[in-house]
Design a protein around this ligand. Sequence first.
Ligand code: NAD
Length: 296
Amino acid sequence: MAPGIQNQVVSDTTLPAVIPESNQTPANNATELLFTLKNTVTLVTGGARGLGITLACAIAEAGGHVACVDILEQPLPEEWAGLEKIAKRSGLWCKYYQCDITNEPNVEQVFDEVKQETQRLNAPFRGTVACAGIQQKQPALEYPGSDYERIFRVNAVGAFLTAKYAARAMKATNVHGSIVMIASMSGNIANRGLDCSAYNSSKAAVQQMTRSLAQEWGQYGIRVNSLSPGYIRTAMTDALLQAEPELEKTWMAGALLGRLGAPEDFKAPVVFLLGSGSSFMTGADLRVDGGHCASA
Ligand SMILES: NC(=O)c1ccc[n+]([C@@H]2O[C@H](COP(=O)([O-])OP(=O)(O)OC[C@H]3O[C@@H](n4cnc5c(N)ncnc54)[C@H](O)[C@@H]3O)[C@@H](O)[C@H]2O)c1
């Protein structure tokens, strides 16, 4: 506190009835409207299965049109049928695009196609979730440089290209959009019993990329935040657990809520980050890890 003002009563009588920032923020709305994605289009990479398609369902349940992008030729049939059902129920558009997020012309083309759909739908392109990622367990002493590069190419460069074309589309239409980068708690900690130096480093890169892009794109009203999950049971972790079942015991030792995560645990966090409720949030990391990083 500045000297001389210790005993002064700070008066708020100079504040106007409605502060100017309240007139500026899209969050100045009824709370239920802060979590709606109605009349918006969002693109989700890694949207063929696992976390990505669950997040796509959350977006549709929040009223948004959704494009799912993945390297796989087709999305998992059962999951895709679930998404289509939600979309049909609410008169929403959803479409699957096969795309390798490390192939820049391919990424640009998909964003162009989605932009055309937004015109047809008369709904702004307002959201992107960069969820595609790969994992590899390999002791660092034997890690081939080419594999290390492959992990970075998908998890860091692919995530960057996704964010770049998302921001270009938003800027071109003057839309104040939200980009969510799926990182990991492994960007903050080195997982016990899991030799994944490339994956962990790539996720730390995603977290720092988030801050850097937020710094550059805030001037266009484009927000960039990362969402860092803890252990989630998906195809990615299932492969690790099947190869080494004893890993689950190590993971559970840090599970303060007594369980691993489910893809559904990330539905509300992603809708919050995409919606206007998080209007004042950019360059931040939202860690959702069942308490894993809170205890040693
Ligand atoms: N499962 C976990 O415990 C966990 C924890 C923290 C973070 N994450 C992150 O969540 C995201 C989703 O993981 P998941 O568990 O659902 O895994 P997943 O393997 O089921 O899904 C990842 C998806 O990314 C796609 N993909 C891979 N390379 C691609 C490329 N070059 N172009 C386009 N798509 C590509 C895959 O085909 C797959 O559908 C990843 O970024 C992952 O790192 C997962």
